[in-house]
Every structure is written in C-alpha cells, then in structure tokens.
Ligand binder design. Sequence first.
Ligand SMILES: C[S@@+](CC[C@H](N)C(=O)[O-])C[C@H]1O[C@@H](n2cnc3c(N)ncnc32)[C@H](O)[C@@H]1O
Length: 326
Amino acid sequence: MAYSLYCSIPKKPISSIVISSPHIMFNSVHKFVPPVTPSLFPSRYCTWSSVSSSVAETDEHYRQSPRLVAKEYADLNLADKFTEDVGNLRIRQHVNPLRRALMIPAEAPNWMEVFGDATLPLMVDIGSDSIVLWSCNFLDLRKEIAGSGRFLMWLAKRNSSSMNYLGLEIRPKLVTRAEYWVNELGLKNVHFISTNAMVSFQRLVSTYPGPLMLVSILCPDPHFKKKHHKRRVVQKPLVDSIVNNLAHGGQVFIQSDVLDVALDMRDYFDTVPDKLVHVDSVDPSLPCDGDGWVLNNPMGIRTEREIHAEFEGCKIYRRVYKKVQH
Ligand SMILES: C[S@@+](CC[C@H](N)C(=O)[O-])C[C@H]1O[C@@H](n2cnc3c(N)ncnc32)[C@H](O)[C@@H]1O
C-alpha cells in the first residue's frame, strides 16, 4: 500500500501538494501508478517510514469517522445488510443538476400507496442521501463510509405514527439503496424519490394530501466555483415553492459546514420576512451564537455529512425558520 501511495507522486515533494483531506489524494492516484521500491525516490521527498506511518494514520482516521456514524445510527442496525446484499456503489462526487436529463420533473406518486397514512404531516429532506468525498478505494472503505438517507430513516422510526418523511435525492443509486433499507426496516412512513429537487419539489409537495410541516436542506453540495453557484440547490424558485407550500407554523431547517454556502442559503430565506421568521425570535429554546447561527442540531440526530464534518473539526452553520401568518 505504501509503495503505491509514494510512487504516485514522484515528481513533487509532499510539502508542495495541497492536501485538504489526504484521503482524496490516495483515492485518486493509486489506480494508475505502478509500484516501485522506495529506494528509487530522491531523498528530498519523504522517507519510506514517513509514508508508511501516514498511511497507517490515514487508515485509522478513515475508520473513525464511519464508526461515529455507525454509532449514531446504531438503532437502525443497517450496515451489514447493505454491504452483504447490495454491494459497493461507485458514485461521482458531483452531479450537475442543470444537465438537460436532470431537468425533467418527477411524476408525483400515489401517496396512498407510498405512505401508510398519507394525511400525516410531512417532512421533506432535500439532498437526503450522503456520499463522503474522501472515500478510499484501495483501503476498501467506501462501503463503510457512504450512507443513504439514514437520517430520515432514524426520524421515521422514532415518529412512526405521527409524521411522514420524504427524501429527494438526485443520485438514483443512493435512492435504490435507501429504499432497500426502508424495506428492510419495514417503515411505512418514509419514502425516497430520485429526482432533481430544483425542478420537482413544487409538483411533488403540492399533490401531497397532508400538511407540509418541515423542509430541510442539510449540507447541500457546495459547488465552490463561482460559475457553478447556479448549480446549488437553493435558488429563488425553490425557496418560493417551499415558502408557499409550507403550512402555517411549518419550519425550514438549513445548515452547511461551508460558511459561503450557509450565507448563500441564509440570504435567500432571510428575504421573505413577511412569511418566514428566524426561530430565535419565536423560540428561545434554540439558542444562537452572536451571528444568528443555531448552536445545536434541533432534530435529535445529526446527518451523516454533519457527523463527518464535526469529526474533521468544522463548524456547522444552521438556521431554522418558522412560517408565520401576518
Ligand atoms: C453533501 S450531500 C449531504 C447529504 C445529507 N443531507 C447529509 O447532510 O449528510 C448532498 C446531497 O444532495 C444531493 N443533491 C445535490 N443536488 C441535488 C438536487 N438538485 N436535488 C436533489 N438532491 C441533490 C447529492 O446527490 C448529495 O447526496
């Protein structure tokens, strides 16, 4: 393992490579580099022993974060079922939601067939599944790291007779797996739809028979480049649709571990003050920091991305809005 890693970067000293998460580099380089012996490397690059130890540390680092997720979702007892029966998934890190093929709105399902009781209040989670960008094929850990909608399943299990949960996820493979897990759990109050929420949210929620009480957008794909900001899921039409379909007293929960993304979402939801108020003005039980970010996750369970991000030491920027009648 260490051979492959080392010889993949023979022309650059290690210090010259920006490694925000070293795991990404391991993942991307190991495939095309033939192993060679450490003695072939110039001495100014790192030594054989330092490479070995960094791999060992990374290996341990890799394993810790999924373990935390597994612990948080232990009630669901799902990990083995997925790896044995569904297998590993190969998934692209980023999807362009503006691709023509993804701009077709999903048909609304027959809600009576989808949920045990389709009149229950509904929570919709946009971008409901999770992949972890630092997955590592050569350590064969991807299957431990990737998760699919467990956040919603956990909530559905807790509130099986009082609330329905709908996950909208653009990656079909993740939805396939999430639905597999839902069946395994025998839950009748959670459903996942593979769709681009930007174009399907309105059609889906407007046909749901019960009240829309909560919409969450948690750690959405950041699309860092400015020219790609239009790919971010939170855009004005979606915000308008959420606000218009939300029942009075219904809530919107947004969060990100990327400040720029959180600020972007915040700007959109702050601009409808006649309909949405931020929770700190109506509910003192959700304390905020000095900048108005909600300090703690109000759901009783963290999302998978949130667990990984907090493990990496990131702050989570949260806002919770409530729909009011003026
Ligand atoms: C970074 S993950 C976060 C997942 C989860 N909310 C969490 O916090 O662990 C973002 C998810 O949103 C999905 N996604 C991105 N754009 C989307 C869109 N336009 N509609 C639906 N899902 C989308 C991605 O496929 C990915 O699974």
